[in-house]
Design a protein around this ligand. Structure first.
Ligand SMILES: *[C@@H]1O[C@H](CO)[C@@H](O)[C@H](O)[C@H]1NC(C)=O
Ligand SMILES: *[C@@H]1O[C@H](CO)[C@@H](O)[C@H](O)[C@H]1NC(C)=O
Ligand SMILES: *[C@@H]1O[C@H](CO)[C@@H](O)[C@H](O)[C@H]1NC(C)=O
Ligand SMILES: *[C@@H]1O[C@H](CO)[C@@H](O)[C@H](O)[C@H]1NC(C)=O
Ligand SMILES: *[C@@H]1O[C@H](CO)[C@@H](O)[C@H](O)[C@H]1NC(C)=O
Ligand SMILES: *[C@@H]1O[C@H](CO)[C@@H](O)[C@H](O)[C@H]1NC(C)=O
Ligand SMILES: *[C@@H]1O[C@H](CO)[C@@H](O)[C@H](O)[C@H]1NC(C)=O
Length: 874
């Protein structure tokens, strides 16, 4: 147990447990390269060669019948790397044979027979006669026919390892072995999905490659295959030339050294390089406690090893692992979705303690939001797959723990889900025995009274209270259904967030009395739900003729996006033609108020955290979630803050809700011109890089502490007559006296960058508290984001990496920034905008979710307009 510690496997030169016990004796009788049919081998026959029978022509790989350990009775057909003795492929993983088991190559393929001559494994039927079995120089074991056509290859059936020459295709999995001495399928799995690489334990995700800070997401194209080579590993798109995700791993060894990607039996996904020994270049998850079964069932994993949470004790039958301290309680078995337990089963929910995290709640959505703990318990009780739950008091979110109980970790720091409380479902053995009696009720005392009349009353009371509680449960579950049922077409949309009744929202907002924001598309009100959660209710008016079904689908997509840096959509409501969106409430309002307001200035560290948080949120929208979402309206007004310095982006995905008819609203778009990328006006496709540009503008404002345009309203986005937020040039105090030369701050940033005078750009109120390096970093990142050519802008994931220092800072390219010298002026001419409004405008509206390069010029202008008008929940 003590061995657990937060050791990252990187630190150890992995003493490969995967070694097979072979003392290589080179012998000419081992076939080289190829074998013809009517060949039979067994470990026993080739014993003096340790079971080796075929070697690739370059001798780098060997095929053998071998066992994992000298003493092991289990023999497998394997391919291993000759020099390191590392198994890269296993045929009969789940059906080992004895030392006299045989492998036979015939005209129909390879078959493995056990002692009794029974076939335990074979290659699938192939429609051609096998001419040879070859072990290629790449490690690929193949069957070929007479005209040299490949009929079958081991690279198509990876086990737990991928070698450099191998393509690991979409939909395949690597399954870790059970233990170093047992090659059979273990519980951990690595799967390639269309946009990610996922690690799973018993079908539950515990790691996503795209969320790893070391991975760089290049594109949102669907993934087609993964490869590993001397410079890292790569997920390629279907064209085969497009990189979707890359992880750069500079090896200490030469680039031609033997490198593998392997899922270890302990649940780590590693990339290792072999020269004379193994070096681990990559190991995920980095935090070993993120491995679901690290400390066994309900074990508490920490840097010091495994222990049990309060209320639990060591499981005498499993080490590590924990059971409930209370002997009268026992844990139910999961039915894995297979059957239903008797309804009369009574469960109690034992708290795991505060600050305890469970891996799966980071990767699954709550089954319900906005419910009380008792409803959450009722949902769990009614589902025999459910073994426990996590409940977030703040949002009323209910997460179920399904199928199996893994280990627990104590949560680290100020994350969003800190207030999630875990409970384990337990059967009370006393209530179990008493199931047929009436002892569960307080009236039990009365039952013992000798008077039959009282007994009768007691029985009736019990019966009635049971009935009432059943009724209550039934009506609870009915209520859950009811909330959807008046719109039948929405009922079937999976993952739809909570639907509120109009009456509930009227009550919550006290008839929409506290307005906290407004814009062309709607008004935002503060409200308090029945469970006392404070929310921001956005009343979205003038929505198009978009069908309810589409509305529901989009809501489901937006509602399913969960990220600490994105405002959570808690629910929605439709009432006649009005639609309402209910968001979590952020008590410090939007960044523009804090940044440009008259209060104390934000400290540099706070600004940096806002920059990183915003970048993370956008990176997630662009590539972390199933449906790519381009925000289209990144600006300080849409970046919300809370007291504990949480940063959340609002209004993402809203462009998706608007119908094509609202083009009339376009004229109001000038509101946020200052953040719009040049491609808006040049008819180029709108992409995630469009958000990157706007982000760059926001970053400059963070550095400067003022609007990019505040010194020259005429050049900028604000319409001077409608400025209401107190950040116009007159009210912002006397800091940073205007430079006559460069009124447009982005241009000033470019010029100061050319002169290396980064500190001159920093908010003068922070004078002396910022180092040149810190300023230089943000200025350079901002300028890189502003490149005129979208493809030269970094992805948001790269921005995160640059800010965090895991990727070297990019160097701004002056030739792609010169346009700033003209840009302010160009944007100041209103005629420009009007002309464009009549032309075809690139659309954010269609860009997301689908590959739609040919539709990106449709006439959906709405997201464009949502600038300024659709203000976020604040
Ligand atoms: C393999 O053996 C079968 C019968 O045992 C025979 O018909 C066939 O010709 C043999 N093939 C080769 C390539 O020797
Ligand atoms: C075979 O191994 C040698 C040394 O171990 C290495 O230099 C060579 O590149 C390897 N060849 C291939 C095709 O992997
Ligand atoms: C068989 O095909 C492989 C490539 O698929 C080629 O390298 C090899 O030379 C071919 N062998 C013969 C005998 O044609
Ligand atoms: C590895 O693959 C990537 C992507 O194809 C390529 O850019 C890189 O040069 C390759 N590295 C080596 C050492 O072959
Ligand atoms: C459900 O359980 C039955 C019997 O226990 C079993 O035969 C069946 O395969 C199970 N189904 C699933 C989906 O696990
Ligand atoms: C129990 O939960 C699982 C997982 O969410 C779900 O697939 C299954 O349908 C649920 N069963 C019932 C009876 O609700
Ligand atoms: C849940 O929140 C309510 C009010 O927000 C509070 O009174 C209650 O103590 C909280 N419960 C827990 C278990 O934190």
């Amino acid at each position: 147990m003590a061995a657990v510690a937060g050791i990252s496997a990187t630190t150890t030169t992995v003493l490969l447990l995967l070694l097979i016990h072979i003392t290589t004796t080179y012998s000419t009788t081992i076939y080289s390269g190829s074998i013809s049919p009517n060949f039979t081998a067994s470990h026993y026959l080739f014993v003096e060669k340790s079971g080796d029978f075929l070697r690739s022509i370059n001798r780098n790989y060997t095929a053998a019948i071998a066992s994992p350990r000298p003493t092991s009775p289990s023999f497998y057909l394997i391919v291993y790397h000759s020099a390191s003795h590392t198994v890269i492929w296993t045929a009969n993983r789940n059906s080992p044979v004895s030392s006299s088991g045989q492998i036979r190559l015939s005209a129909t393929g390879i078959t493995i027979y056990d002692d009794s001559g029974e076939s335990v494994w074979s290659t699938p039927p192939i429609g051609s006669t096998v001419d040879s079995l070859q072990l290629l120089d790449t490690g690929n074991l193949i069957l070929r026919n007479g005209v040299n056509k490949t009929l079958w290859q081991s690279f198509d059936y990876p086990t737990d390892t991928i070698v450099s020459a191998q393509r690991f295709p979409l939909g395949k999995s690597l399954t870790a072995s059970n233990s170093p001495s047992d090659y059979s399928d273990g519980e951990y799995r690595f799967t390639l999905t269309s946009h990610d690489g996922m690690l799973e334990w018993r079908r539950l995700t515990y790691y996503r490659l795209s969320m790893d800070s070391r991975s760089i997401v290049n594109s949102d194209r669907p993934v087609s295959y993964l490869t590993v080579n001397g410079s890292g590993f790569y997920l390629f798109g279907s064209s085969g030339s497009e990189l979707v995700i890359r992880v750069m791993l500079t090896s200490t060894a030469s680039e031609s050294a033997f490198r593998i990607l392997k899922l270890l039996n302990d649940g780590h996904l590693v990339v290792m390089t072999y020269t004379n020994n193994w070096v681990t270049d990559f190991s995920s998850p980095v935090d070993t406690c993120r491995i679901p079964f690290r400390c066994g069932k309900l074990g508490l994993c920490s840097a010091n090893g495994c222990s049990c949470p309060a209320g639990f004790r060591n499981d005498p039958n499993a080490n590590p692992g924990c059971v409930l301290s209370d002997n009268s309680l026992s844990l139910p078995e999961s039915c894995n979705g297979n059957s239903t337990l008797p309804e009369s089963e009574k469960y109690v929910y034992v708290p795991i303690g505060t600050g305890m995290k469970y891996f799966s709640t980071d990767f699954t959505n709550p089954v319900k939001n906005e419910v009380g703990l008792s409803t959450c318990e009722a949902i769990c009780s009614s589902n025999c797959s459910c073994l426990g739950l996590y409940y977030q008091n703040k949002s009323g979110s209910c997460y179920l723990i399904e199928n199996d109980l893994g280990s627990i970790t104590s949560s680290s720091g100020n994350e969003d889900d800190d207030d999630k409380i875990g409970f384990v479902k337990a059967i009370s053995s006393s209530s179990y025995q008493d199931n047929t009696s009436v002892s569960d009720f307080p009236v039990v005392g009365l039952v013992l009274l000798p008077t039959t009349g009282v007994l009768l009353i007691a029985i009736i009371a019990v019966w009635m209270s049971r009935r009432a509680s059943n009724e209550k449960m039934r009506s609870n579950s009915k209520k859950l259904v009811d909330s959807y049922s008046d719109d039948v077409d929405m009922f079937f949309i999976a993952g739809l967030p909570v639907r509120f009744s109009y009456e509930h929202l009227v009550e919550a907002t006290m008839s929409f009395s506290t307005q906290i924001g407004s814009g062309g598309f709607g008004t935002v009100y503060k409200g308090m739900l029945r469970d006392k959660t404070v929310v921001a209710v956005k009343k979205v008016i003038a929505l198009g003729s978009q069908g309810k079904k589409e509305f529901g689908t989009e809501i489901a997509i937006i509602g399913n996006i969960h990220h600490v840096n994105l405002v959570k959509l808690k629910g929605f409501c439709t009432h006649e033609r009005e639609r309402f969106l209910v968001y979590e409430y952020m008590n410090r309002g939007s960044l523009d108020r804090t940044l440009f307001g008259t209060g104390p200035p934000l400290e540099w560290q706070e600004r940096f955290e806002i920059a990183v948080g915003t970048a993370r949120g956008l990176a997630y929208l662009h590539s972390g979630c199933e449906h790519k979402i381009i925000h289209c309206d990144v600006k300080p007004e849409n970046i919300l803050l809370s007291d504990d310095m949480q940063v959340k982006i609002s209004d993402f995905g809203l462009s998706k809700l608007l119908g094509p008819e609202q083009s009339g609203l376009f004229t109001t778009m000038r509101g946020t011109r200052g953040y719009l990328a040049p491609e808006w006006l040049t008819n180029e496709a709108i992409s995630d890089k469009t958000d990157v540009y706007s982000y760059g503008m926001v970053l400059l404002e963070l550095i400067h502490g003022r609007k990019n345009c505040s010194q020259a309203p005429i050049l900028c986005s604000e319409n001077p007559t409608t400025t209401t937020q107190g950040q116009s040039s007159g009210s912002s105090g006397s800091h940073n006296p205007p430079h006559a030369r460069s009124l447009y701050f982005p241009l000033q940033a470019l010029e100061m960058h050319e002169d290396g005078r980064y500190l001159d750009l920093v908010d003068s109120r922070l004078a002396g508290r910022v180092t040149k390096d810190e300023a230089e970093k943000l200025v350079k990142v901002a300028l890189c984001c502003l490149h005129e050519e979208p493809s030269l802008r970094p992805t948001m994931a790269n921005v995160v990496a640059m800010l965090e220092g895991t990727l070297p800072l990019g160097e701004p390219r002056l030739e792609s920034l010169n346009f700033l010298r003209f840009y302010g002026r160009r944007f100041s001419e209103p005629s420009m905008v009007v002309t464009q409004s009549e032309a075809e405008i690139p659309s954010c509206f269609n860009a997301p979710t689908i590959e739609s390069s040919n539709t990106s010029f449709s006439q959906n202008l709405f997201s464009y307009m949502s600038s300024q008008q659709v203000s976020g929940p604040r």
